[in-house]
Design a protein around this ligand. Structure first.
Ligand code: AMP
Length: 285
């Protein structure tokens, strides 16, 4: 496995790989790797000749009061984990190369960015769409892998790839969870032992929604109310949002039919955690 820091070296490397007729699989990350990231890499490994993982904490997707400074960074450990997951190249550019002085170009996916996490994090998805576009141009993947953990991000990237005619197959893979159901996240390391224990309630509330639907409930407001009650019972928890939305356009649904995305963001102490499930009526019984 090699580590490439220079944008031009990465781009040249990808051009050579393509000339040789080989396919490139790509897993973009912000590092502090865990099994969620590694599951993407392990799947990508099976389908691509050359596997590139980027590790870049993207400053433009963090708001001014967010955790950019304290976001966990563990580069040496990440390199070892990436190697063990079969990554061929870790691409780790510097901030000043990615966003040199005078940088001025941003990508906006309209309509999908101001709801759910976008409502609480203005500019976040513009930052995500911009960095992913830049990384796509540099790495030139045939297939790129994203986690369902960031459901809104996955939908947005798919839309962007379609709208901009990017010739890249976007794959979205399932959420990897801890034993108690908590979705793995680099931010889980912020949690105190108490908060960590309470954090299992996010998944429990999603399972509660599923259970209600299984017993016939289709009224989104009622399901959200039951989820809210469950979460509020945890002293460390504060709901940011719980939404039941259409899986394509992310618009709220009032009565669930077909399939729906149930997504939530909850503060555990100061740490904002997200989780979601897609519920398909057809597979409920
Ligand atoms: P991040 O480093 O948080 O930007 O995440 C990089 C990629 O890993 C994104 O596509 C995430 O959706 C994905 N990811 C993060 N956590 C998980 C998880 N628990 N299960 C599956 N994919 C994940």
């Amino acid at each position: 496995m090699k580590t490439i820091e220079s944008i031009s070296r990465m781009s040249t490397y990808s051009k050579i790989v393509k000339k040789e007729g080989k396919s490139i699989g790509f897993v973009p990350t912000m590092g502090a790797l865990h099994e969620g990231h590694l599951s993407l890499a392990k799947t990508a490994r099976k389908h691509a000749d050359v596997l590139v993982m980027s590790i870049f904490v993207n400053p433009i997707q963090f708001g001014p009061d967010e955790d950019l400074e304290k976001y966990p960074r563990a580069f040496k450990r990440d390199e070892e984990l990436a190697r063990s997951a079969g990554v061929d190249v870790v691409f780790s550019p510097s901030i000043k190369d990615m966003y040199p002085a005078g940088y001025a170009t941003y990508v906006n996916v309209e309509g999908l960015t101001d709801t759910l996490c976008g409502a609480a994090r203005p500019g976040h998805f513009r930052g995500v769409a911009t960095i992913v576009t830049k990384l796509f141009h540099i790495v030139k993947p045939d297939i790129a892998y994203f986690g369902q953990k960031d459901a809104q991000q996955a939908i947005l990237i798919k839309k962007m790839a379609e709208d901009l005619n990017l010739d890249i197959d976007i794959k979205v893979l399932p959420i990897v969870r801890e034993k108690d159901g908590l979705a793995m996240s680099s931010r889980n390391t912020y949690l105190s032992p108490d908060e960590r224990k309470d954090a299992a309630v996010l998944y429990q509330s999603l399972k509660k929604a599923e259970e209600l639907m299984r017993s016939g409930e289709r009224d989104a407001a009622k399901i959200i109310a039951a989820m809210t009650d469950l979460i509020k019972a945890k002293p460390n928890a504060r709901v940011d949002y719980i939404s039941i939305v259409d899986t394509k356009n992310l618009k709220d649904v009032t009565r669930i039919s077909g399939e729906a995305l149930i997504a939530l963001a909850v503060f555990m102490g100061k740490t904002r955690l997200i989780d979601n499930i897609i519920i398909k009526e057809a597979t409920l019984s």
